[in-house]
Design a protein around this ligand. Structure first.
Ligand SMILES: [Zn+2]
Length: 148
């Protein structure tokens, strides 16, 4: 070991970016390895200081977030229930429209069926009464008294 590592090499070694030769030198030289350890400790101290400062700055501001955090499962449940209620309320008109449409279709079908029954009943007249039918006023019959 001739020369110690330069400041740049020591800095790169601190973040783990060093060559095999530099790594070998660090393993053999206590002065350089002690320097790297000191730089690491400085970096860790700086990191802790930054974290502490960040925590001290954010302590007062996000009170709402800290208050809201324990209630998260309950709030999630509440919001889920509210969303489900809204979805249910929104589907009621759709269901009602479908039911109303179905009812109207059924009514039309019933009316058509009743008209068919009425038509069949009005047509089926016993043979002896056929002549009497022609005397009844009927908008479907012609004026000359002939049944349709
Ligand atoms: Zn050295």
């Amino acid at each position: 070991m001739h020369d110690h590592l330069t400041y740049d090499q020591l800095t790169r070694a601190t973040i783990g970016d060093c060559t095999t030769q530099e790594l070998q030198h660090l393993g053999e030289c206590s002065v350089c390895s002690a320097e790297v350890v000191t730089m690491n400790e400085s970096l860790l101290g700086f990191r802790d200081a930054v974290l502490n400062w960040t925590h001290s700055q954010t302590k007062s501001a996000p009170r709402l977030v800290l208050d809201a955090a324990p209630l998260t499962p309950r709030r999630t449940l509440r919001w889920s229930l509210a969303a489900a209620a809204v979805a249910l309320v929104m589907t009621i008109p759709i269901y009602r429209n479908a039911a109303e449409r179905q009812r109207l279709l059924q009514e039309a079908e019933d009316t058509r069926l009743l008209e068919q029954v009425d038509l069949q009943l009005s047509r089926v007249v016993p043979g002896p009464m056929e002549s009497l039918v022609t005397l009844l006023p009927n908008e479907k019959s012609t004026n000359d008294g002939e049944p349709r």
